[in-house]
Design a protein around this ligand. Structure first.
Ligand code: ZN
Length: 218
């Protein structure tokens, strides 16, 4: 654990010198950059990179985000804040329960095909209201029912036993596994790029108390 903390401190010191907006991102280290940003955020040392007028001018003509983040709409999980990133850094898709349909996957395809993004991270979180509504059962009004029905239809969620003592947490994880499978199974563009090693898909869970993102083991 100490080694991990030291690594992140090293990344912190190397990649974000206070007062600098420089982010030394390469295709190989984008996940490290995000996790280093999350380390800063979780330890109350955010540097708020890429928020300057200069940055606005730099990206006014075109964007070059380095990661796609698919996260929940929950107001407590804003990707730019929890990864300590700024303008033009992340291409973000947010829906309740980080659920995806054609429109959302199309947005991801745009980012990887036209913007050349090399990392997709699907970000779930503890106590996700959408997952909890499914776990708790009962009727949902209006189009909220569509959200519950979508979660209910996920094979990965259906494999979690109804009497599982940690059902809520396991359903959050299953929902993330579903999302990663969905990206590969429903998008030829994404699948091809992953097979060519031009694109990586990761999944993480955000801890609402600690502010930390833990990567989901496959
Ligand atoms: Zn949520």
């Amino acid at each position: 654990m100490l080694a991990v903390a030291s690594l992140f401190m090293l990344l912190y010191s190397c990649r974000h010198k206070p007062g600098s907006d420089q982010q030394l991102t390469t295709r190989a280290n984008v996940l490290e950059v995000l996790m280093a940003g999350n380390y800063r955020f979780a330890h109350a040392k955010p540097v708020h990179p890429d928020e300057s007028r200069q940055r606005m001018s730099e990206i006014a003509k075109e964007q070059h985000p380095f990661a796609v983040v698919i996260s929940c709409s929950d107001s407590r999980v804003p990707p730019e804040l929890i990864f300590d990133q700024g303008l033009g850094d992340l291409f973000v898709i947010r829906t309740a329960g980080n659920l995806m349909g054609g429109l959302e996957i199309g947005s991801v395809e745009y980012a990887v095909e036209h913007l050349g993004v090399g990392l997709i991270i699907v970000l779930g979180h503890q106590q996700c209201g959408a997952i909890k509504a499914f776990v708790d059962g009962g009727e949902a009004p209006g189009h909220i029912k569509d959200i519950i029905d979508s979660i209910k239809s996920e094979q990965e969620i259906r494999e979690i036993p109804a009497n599982d003592k940690n059902r809520m947490d396991h359903c959050v994880e299953a929902n993330l596994r579903h999302a990663t499978h969905q990206l590969l199974n429903q998008s030829a563009i994404i699948k091809e790029k992953v097979e060519k090693n031009e694109l990586r898909i990761a999944a993480g869970i955000y801890d609402l108390q600690k502010g930390e993102v833990s990567m989901l083991k496959k």
